[in-house]
Design a protein around this ligand. Structure first.
Ligand code: NAD
Ligand code: TYD
Length: 349
């Protein structure tokens, strides 16, 4: 069996590559990734030593190059992780999100049809459902919750989901979709909340919390997400959407305080900055369907997952340094420079 994984040099893709190499000892795992700022080949260093692994530096919007990979590898299962994935960047520059997340998905599905892949899986997000109010804890996203996107990122992911549905119905593409809540764990790029707070706290830098920090996310340890996708591509029903979530709703401010506590850093590092435009208030997933149909449940409790995540960042300083020495600095200065200047000056005095 050959499994093609797009975006395998990113956060979840890398974890999935390692999960699949370990879980299916007879599978060939092929990774296709264009290595944007978020993709890091060094994350796949150990995988690259495995004869069952192959890597192609290829853009999913490049039809010719994608077809060449299919021609050569003839994958039976194709899983599309590749995406522009950061909401803040989508607010700064929506265009690349539309190209990669929508056109890229179309190119991948056309290749699946042309070369007769047995399964295409689209890795989507709970953000396609918009947000939920803080004062209605009884409300959760189900697979039938209407799409109501807030950011260019979530709109591009929702557009791709609609295209997948159209390819199933019109062309008979054997496809599934999963919509997962916020992931955390090893290899996450430090532009996202948890790794950014770990990295800044370690350097005694201000911890930028948007608005009042009351927004709620449903956090899932990345390995649980990988296990869910593996189950869906093998046992899920074609044409179906599966929600995946951690039953672990937490306010941003509580996560940041917990990271301070775990790293022995003072809460005075916390700095409230201007809120994100269109900031979604709360995400919460009802994952009953995947539990009942495929027997999936999250296995890693947050208390254990956050310990493992922090330890991973402490143990992988080389990885971190390569990441934060690149374009990251420019991004960070552009995003946070002005709003954190005063806080940084205060910390230095
Ligand atoms: P990421 O940004 O860490 O990684 C994305 C990867 O895709 C990178 O390796 C990048 O180089 C690659 N890529 C980007 N554009 C490409 C292109 N045009 N061609 C080929 N490769 C390209 O993202 P992530 O957090 O690992 O998310 C993976 C998927 O999971 C995304 O589709 C995202 O929407 C979805 N998702 C993420 C989360 C989360 O919490 N991170 C939650 C739910 C769903
Ligand atoms: P993020 O990790 O970007 O994921 P998403 O927006 O896709 O849920 O952000 C998680 C939450 O943390 C979100 O409510 C925005 C907030 N946040 C901050 O308060 N400060 C930050 O520096 C970042 C990156 C995020």
């Amino acid at each position: 069996m050959t499994v093609l994984i797009t975006g395998g040099a990113g956060f979840i893709g890398t974890n999935f590559v390692y999960y699949m190499l370990e879980k299916h000892s007879d599978y060939r795992i092929v990774c296709l990734d264009s290595l944007t700022y978020a993709g890091n080949f060094s994350s796949l260093k150990t995988a690259a030593e495995n004869p069952r692994f192959a890597f192609y530096k290829t853009d999913i919007t490049d039809k010719k190059a994608v077809c060449e990979v299919f021609e050569r590898e003839k994958p039976e299962i194709v899983i599309n992780f590749a995406a522009e994935s950061h909401v803040d960047r989508s607010i700064e520059n929506p265009e690349i999100f539309l190209r990669t997340n929508i056109i890229g998905t179309q190119v991948m599905m056309d290749a699946c049809l042309k070369y007769g892949a047995k399964r295409f899986h689209q890795v989507s997000t709970d953000e396609v459902y918009g947000d939920l109010p803080l004062d209605r804890p009884d409300l959760l996203f189900t697979e039938t919750t209407p799409i109501r996107t807030s950011s260019p990122y979530s709109a591009s992911k929702a557009s791709a989901d609609l295209l997948v549905g159209a390819y199933v119905r019109t062309f008979g593409l054997p496809a599934t979709i999963s919509r997962c809540s916020n992931n955390y764990g090893p290899y996450q790029f430090p532009e996202k909340l948890i790794p950014l707070m770990i990295v800044n706290a370690l350097a005694d830098k201000p911890l930028p919390v948007y608005g009042k920090g009351l927004n709620v996310r449903d956090w899932l340890y990345v390995e649980d997400h990988c296990r869910a996708i593996d189950l869906i591509v093998h046992n899920g029903t074609v044409g179906e959407i599966y929600n995946i979530g951690g039953h672990n709703e937490m306010r941003n401010i509580d996560i940041v305080k917990l990271i301070c506590e775990k790293l022995g850093k003072p809460e005075s590092l916390i700095t409230y900055v201007t809120d994100r435009k269109g900031h979604d208030m709360r995400y919460a997933i009802d994952a009953t369907k995947i539990h009942e149909e495929l027997g999936w449940l999250p296995e890693t409790r947050f208390a254990e997952g956050i310990e493992k995540t922090i330890s991973w960042y402490l143990d992988n300083n080389d990885w971190l340094q390569t990441i934060i020495n690149g374009d990251y600095k420019d991004y960070y200065d552009k995003m946070y420079g002005e709003s954190l200047k005063k806080a940084e000056e205060k910390l230095c005095t």
